[in-house]
Write a protein that binds this ligand. Structure first.
Ligand SMILES: NCCC[C@H](NC(=O)CCC(=O)O)C(=O)O
Ligand SMILES: NC(=O)OP(=O)(O)O
Length: 321
């Protein structure tokens, strides 16, 4: 595997989950693999988990790590080809990506959706710009439309705590004061479609996600009905997709409560707004998996780095890359 841009870059999800669980038991077993290799983490948006867990994963693999908050520290980048750069942007992606490629062996990028222009967000100019012009592998640390490191961690977490042959998994929208991206929900859906589960999505009308991603999924507008007999409830806010980037509802009836959760396990990618998205009793209770999810981010990132290093070591040994 060269790049990890979406869940579709995983050749076998069950194998990757098993390998990640094995890495978790003995995290430094491949510490020689990344020796004298450097990963550069470029952040165009804030982070706690992604930044620290990806750094930790790289350290487990014996890699050196460079981190840059590009959004606040880097030059404003231009992505259009052939532009006369006489406005605010100082540096073109062509130079930036090629320069970063000279300093490291893997680039990881976080660049969220701006939620103003759907076509522009779906073009993924930052992630795709780096992928196009970098000469080294690229990892998606949450782009406009995907968060595949989170979804892989979620797959590990569900596998570890599942006790049933075919559990019921529900993705439930929850209210939020800000307009949030679709990336976490999109990648979760793409991941869960590859699992042997019964899956239902529930949200208010107007919050339908990209139909090409939800194709084939059950959508139930009655949250209580959707939650019946659930084993895992993944809660997440997202803004409207059809009325792009808009907050259409802040209806607190959609907040997850212990009463609604019943005996199901609770999941959320974090950060989470307490008593807006989910009540304290759920997060502070025994059914919450949020800390396990955050912990598994390290091993999701580590399996991704291992696959990339294996691929690049094979190619460099052959003198091909
Ligand atoms: N990386 C995980 C989630 C990141 C982002 N959440 C946020 O921006 C929440 C910010 C806040 O609550 O103010 C999202 O939904 O995609
Ligand atoms: N879940 C997640 O990606 O967290 P951060 O935004 O803190 O990295």
């Amino acid at each position: 595997m060269k790049n990890y841009l979406s869940i579709n870059d995983i050749d076998s999800l069950p194998n990757w989950v098993d390998e990640a669980i094995a890495l978790k038991k003995d995290p430094y077993q491949f510490k020689e693999m990344g020796k004298h290799k450097t990963i550069c983490l470029l952040f165009f948006n804030n982070s706690l988990r992604t930044r620290l867990s990806t750094q930790k994963a790289a350290m487990h693999m014996g890699m050196e790590v460079m981190v840059m908050n590009f959004g606040s520290e880097g030059w404003a980048l231009e992505y259009e080809d052939g532009t006369v750069m006489d406005q605010g942007n100082s540096e073109h992606i062509k130079e930036a990506a090629k320069v970063v490629s000279q300093y490291c062996d893997i680039i990881a990028i976080r660049a969220f959706a701006k939620l103003k222009d759907r076509t522009k967000d779906e073009a993924e100019e930052v992630l795709n710009g780096f992928t196009k012009y970098a000469s080294i592998p690229v990892v998606n640390m949450e782009s406009s439309i995907a968060h595949p490191l989170q979804a892989l961690a979620d797959a590990i977490t569900i596998t570890e705590s599942n006790t049933k042959p075919k559990p019921k998994v529900v993705l439930s929208w929850a209210p939020h004061p800000k307009a949030l991206p679709h990336a976490v929900a999109n990648s979760f859906i793409e991941m869960i479609k590859k699992q042997n589960v019964e899956f239902t999505i529930t949200h208010p009308k107007g919050y339908e996600l990209n139909p090409s991603i939800t194709k084939g999924c059950a959508i139930e507008y009655d949250q209580n009905k959707a939650l019946e007999n659930a084993d895992f409830v993944y809660v997440k806010n997202w803004s409207s997709y059809s009325d792009y980037g808009k907050v259409l509802s802040q209806d607190s009836h959609w907040m997850m409560t212990q009463a609604k959760l019943g005996s199901a396990k609770f999941m959320h990618c974090l950060p989470v707004r307490r008593n807006v998205v989910v009540e304290d009793a759920v997060l502070d209770g025994g059914q919450s998996l949020v800390l396990e999810q955050a912990n598994n981010r390290t091993f999701a990132a580590q399996i991704v780095l291992k696959k990339i290093l294996e691929h690049s070591n094979v190619f460099s040994a052959k003198g091909k890359e």
